[in-house]
Design a protein around this ligand. Structure first.
Ligand code: FES
Ligand code: FES
Length: 185
């Protein structure tokens, strides 16, 4: 092949939620489309498709990114984690997910995977105040909840009471860390 010929597709290898994935991918294919359409990981939602709403947030090598802005070929050699990857394999909820449920931190749920992926990558110690939680979540938009219950869910998941103070006897933040789960092939 001539070096100057346009390349339409590339072979990539990555890990998605702990599983190896090999695909020939059109060079213009978005990571969000690879996840949703090729790997059936539809927990990653696509809202605005131009980097504003945060619904498509996934982790790329542990860092939250907008998968609607990322070309799939740029994930070659990377570890991608989606909301399916932080969900226990037995079908239960992670502590962070349970906190969202218990605090009514969602209504329609469309935004929720993006919030969860932003939060799971965060260090609670770096967000000691409600203001810093709000700043952390400012890149995720929710049209339903008004954000108060989302903040309450984060407080509870991070071992704080509903005033934002550390709860007595609760010194183990529950929001950080990921676990590998099913959902990729
Ligand atoms: S769908 Fe990616 S930021 Fe909105
Ligand atoms: S719960 Fe509906 S958009 Fe957030």
């Amino acid at each position: 092949m001539n070096d100057l010929e346009p390349v339409d597709a590339l072979d990539i290898e990555l890990r998605v939620n702990g599983s190896a994935v090999r695909r020939r991918v059109p060079v213009r294919r978005l990571l969000s489309d690879l996840l949703r359409d090729d790997l059936s990981l539809t927990g990653t939602h696509v809202g605005c498709e131009h980097g504003v709403c945060g619904a498509c947030t996934v982790l790329l090598d542990g860092q939250p990114i907008r998968s609607c802005l990322q070309l799939a070929v740029t994930a070659d050699g990377c570890e991608v984690t989606t909301v399916e990857g932080i969900t226990p394999a037995d079908g239960s909820l992670s502590p962070l997910q349970a906190a969202f449920r218990d605090a009514h931190g969602l209504q329609c749920g469309f935004c929720t995977p993006g919030f969860l992926m932003t939060l799971v990558a965060a260090d609670p110690a770096e967000h000691p105040t409600d203001g810093s939680i709000d700043a952390l979540l400012s890149g995720n938009l929710c049209r339903c909840t008004g954000y108060q219950n989302i903040r309450t869910a984060v407080r509870r998941a991070w071992g704080r009471d509903d005033e934002g103070n550390a709860s007595a006897g609760s010194d183990t933040p529950l929001g950080s860390g990921t676990s590998s789960g099913s959902g990729a092939s």
